[in-house]
Design a protein around this ligand. Structure first.
Ligand code: DGI
Ligand code: FE
Ligand code: FE
Length: 195
């Protein structure tokens, strides 16, 4: 259980550092995380904290993200350093640790991989990845379909979300990070579909 003071400090920080839409998205991810945590028996407090805070650095420019990479000595690759879309997931765990003293490795890992996913994710990692993809304020036509699937099989939802992301990025001629490709290779093997 998280204290009221701590929860309010998250909300105050996010509402003053994110756009209105991004703030609303973060709260919506938190709500979706709670539903999925109850559905799959995950730690709902950890899932909600990770869901609420996952985009904490999303409002920063690429240069501001790179300043964080240097300040916290974060290990990154060239691809991540060239893309604010990818880099916000890499910088967020350090900020969450520093600002809010959150040191839970599962929460930090779920935030770190919320954009690309990775092979063999923990349950909390999968819940944040999917809640981010399909929370109800998302505008994509297929988010509703993935949301329904997520409540039936989290692994099938992860596979579908990765597949849709890769197809979408291909169509836009955007290069795909190896973490995303490795995650899809792992989850698209039917033997790995556990739930
Ligand atoms: O931060 P959000 O908008 O809530 O969503 P996100 O963190 O899941 O994704 C941010 C963006 O990153 C989104 O436009 C999709 C993109 N993305 C996801 N995987 C990859 C990627 N972009 C590249 N270049 N490569 C990837 O593998
Ligand atoms: Fe994000
Ligand atoms: Fe997000």
């Amino acid at each position: 259980m998280i204290s009221a003071e701590k929860y309010i400090s998250f909300i105050e920080y996010l509402s003053s550092h994110l756009s209105k839409n991004r703030f609303y998205h973060s709260v919506s991810v938190e709500k979706e995380c709670r539903l999925l945590a109850h559905r799959y028996g995950a730690d709902d407090c950890a899932c909600c904290i990770a869901g609420l805070l996952h985009d904490v650095t999303r409002g920063l420019s690429l240069d501001e993200q790179l300043t964080l990479v240097n300040r916290y000595d974060i290990i990154t690759d060239d691809f991540q350093r060239s893309s604010a879309n990818l880099l916000h997931a890499v910088t967020a765990p350090a900020v969450v640790q520093e600002l809010f003293s959150i040191n839970d490795a599962d929460i930090l890992d779920a935030i770190r991989y919320h954009t690309t996913g990775k092979p063999d994710m923990s349950l909390i990692c999968k819940i944040i990845f999917i809640a981010d993809f399909c929370e109800p304020t998302r505008q994509y036509s297929f988010s509703h379909e993935v949301r329904k699937l997520a409540h039936e099989s989290i692994d099938k939802a992860v596979t579908t979300a990765l597949d849709l992301t890769i197809t979408h990025l291909h169509e836009k001629n955007v290069p795909i990070h190896e973490d995303t490709l490795n995650a899809f290779a792992f989850y698209s093997k039917e033997k790995n579909l556990k739930i």
